[in-house]
Write a protein that binds this ligand. Structure first.
Ligand code: GRF
Length: 199
């Protein structure tokens, strides 16, 4: 397919992975464009990043919807309207409901800051992940990009990168080392998935 793939990136925070994806598109490392950025919170830096690049943003606050299923359906419908080919969760902290997963089956991916299947699941996000890795005295950690299915942090693994866990690490120093790798492997993983989708 010669046309560019249309990506939706879902965010809840700083958006450094969003930035890595935007950069990879602009440098033509990906035959793709970020068509829309969706956030479940307002006033987050990820939205500023999108605006700087003239990327459309949708802020959908869960409190404005009667329930989670209707919320998920709203986002799915907005993405369908925009002919999104691949949904990339990048620091998105809400769990997507089964109706959303069904709408984009096989076309939703996520990045997690640990080596799944270890250190995944409910409550395992942000600093909690790195704290758990240190507490378990792991020798290595690193990000995982995986497909999203209806079970949290469970879908097929696309790519992982490993970093050492150092004796004096704190959750912050480990998070930083892992995040550097996230920015490398997320665009690479998108490339792999897009090529499977025919791009
Ligand atoms: C990353 O550590 C990612 O693995 C996790 O949330 C963090 C998002 O960081 N899912 P950013 O918003 O992309 O900077």
């Amino acid at each position: 397919m010669s046309r560019k793939a249309r990506l939706a990136v879902l965010v809840s925070g700083g958006g450094s992975n969003l930035q890595a994806i935007i950069d990879a598109c602009q440098q033509n490392n990906l035959n793709a464009e970020v068509a829309v950025v969706v956030s479940n919170r307002d006033k987050i830096y990820a939205l500023e990043r999108a605006k700087k690049h003239n990327i459309e943003t949708i802020v959908a606050l869960p409190k404005d919807f009667p329930d989670k299923t209707i919320y998920s359906q709203y986002i799915a419908d907005e993405l369908k309207k925009r002919n999104i080919d691949l949904v990339c969760l990048a620091g998105y902290l809400l769990k997507l409901e089964p109706n959303f997963v069904r709408s984009f089956k096989g076309r939703i991916i996520n990045i997690h800051p640990a080596l799944l299947p270890k250190f995944g699941g409910d409550g395992m996000y942000g600093h909690f992940v790195h704290e758990a890795v240190l507490k378990a005295k792991e020798k290595e950690s690193g990000p995982t990009v995986h497909f999203v299915d209806e079970v949290y942090d469970n879908g097929e693994i696309i790519l992982q990168a490993k970093v050492p866990v150092l004796p004096n690490d704190t959750p912050d120093t480990l998070a930083k080392r892992v995040l550097e790798q996230e920015h490398k492997i997320y665009p690479e993983a998108i490339k792999i998935v897009l090529s499977k989708l025919g791009f």
